[in-house]
Design a protein around this ligand. Structure first.
Ligand SMILES: Nc1ncnc2c1ncn2[C@@H]1O[C@H](COP(=O)(O)OP(=O)(O)OP(=O)(O)O)[C@@H](O)[C@H]1O
Length: 250
């Protein structure tokens, strides 16, 4: 089996007496979509924060692409190929979808925003930005200001921006939140098409999306992973049913 791209070992974090991350160990394999599910307050957001580097764990380790990143700041992790997606606030609404992606590509090349005006003239950059947008099914929106895109399209644009940085792992923090059924289905389709090309760690409440996309699912309850397995294994797990999914969902 290939070495994991992400390896969490005995990760712990507490807020006062509350253990929010309780000895969490988890592997994400190259190309795998690994979903984390769990009830509200289980500690999913806190876990993603520790992986991306916005929160500091109390103990344990995080290895990413063969390197111990436990104590690395967020930007160093991003540079190593860890991309956290779906912070829509990072989209520049007055710029077109294409310019938003081109800026991300430019930033990846190490240029700053001082070169902003050159973006629209740089054919290579534009071509690559268009290719990213095409992968996300956004070609027809490329020249529209990002601010007028629908919620689901903004989420897809965020993904295009994250992909422009050529990540080794995409951290997807509730990508379906706030999207309607049709847009959710579209995002599932788009993410499904990217399956195998990128490793993804997906935190998501929409169970139909999770079960459609994930290769493996880890179930987090009160800060602990109670089970990791394929969608079928998770569906069949008595432990998971008792703790979380409930009889009707199972
Ligand atoms: N900064 C903080 N200080 C104190 N308690 C916190 C803090 N952040 C989170 N918590 C608590 O930690 C627990 C886990 O929160 P977290 O947001 O990680 O859960 P979650 O699984 O992402 O929940 P949801 O599904 O509702 O987004 C909750 O009980 C929450 O109240």
């Amino acid at each position: 089996m290939a070495d994991p791209i992400l390896q969490l070992r005995d990760l712990t974090k507490a807020y006062g007496a509350l253990k929010v991350t309780d000895h969490v160990s988890l592997d994400v394999l190259p190309g795998e979509i690994h979903a984390i599910i769990g009830p509200n307050g289980a500690g999913k957001t806190t876990l993603i924060g520790q992986i991306s580097g916005s929160l500091r764990p109390d103990g344990g380790s995080i290895r990413f692409a063969g390197e111990d990143v436990t104590h690395l700041p967020m930007h160093a992790r991003a540079r190593a190929g860890l991309a956290r997606s779906f912070q829509i606030t990072e989209i520049l609404p007055a710029f077109t979808a294409r310019e938003n992606v081109a800026l991300a590509l430019q930033a990846k090349q190490g240029h700053s925003f001082r070169f902003l005006r050159n973006v629209s003239r740089d054919r290579d950059l534009n071509d690559r930005a268009l290719a990213c947008l095409a992968e996300l099914g956004l070609s027809h929106r490329a020249d529209l200001p990002a601010g007028i895109l629908s919620h689901g399209e903004k989420r897809a644009l965020e993904l295009a921006i994250a992909m422009a940085c050529e990540p080794k792992l995409l951290l997807l923090d509730e990508p379906m939140a706030g999207t309607g059924r049709e847009e959710t289905d579209r995002l599932v389709e788009v993410l499904g098409q990217l399956k195998g090309r990128y490793a993804m760690l997906l935190v998501e409440h929409d169970m139909s999306a999770v079960f459609a996309l994930a290769d493996r699912i880890s179930v987090l309850v009160y800060g602990q992973i109670i089970e990791t397995g394929t969608p079928n294994q998770i569906r069949a797990s008595t432990k998971v049913r008792e703790a979380y999914l409930g009889e009707e969902a199972a």
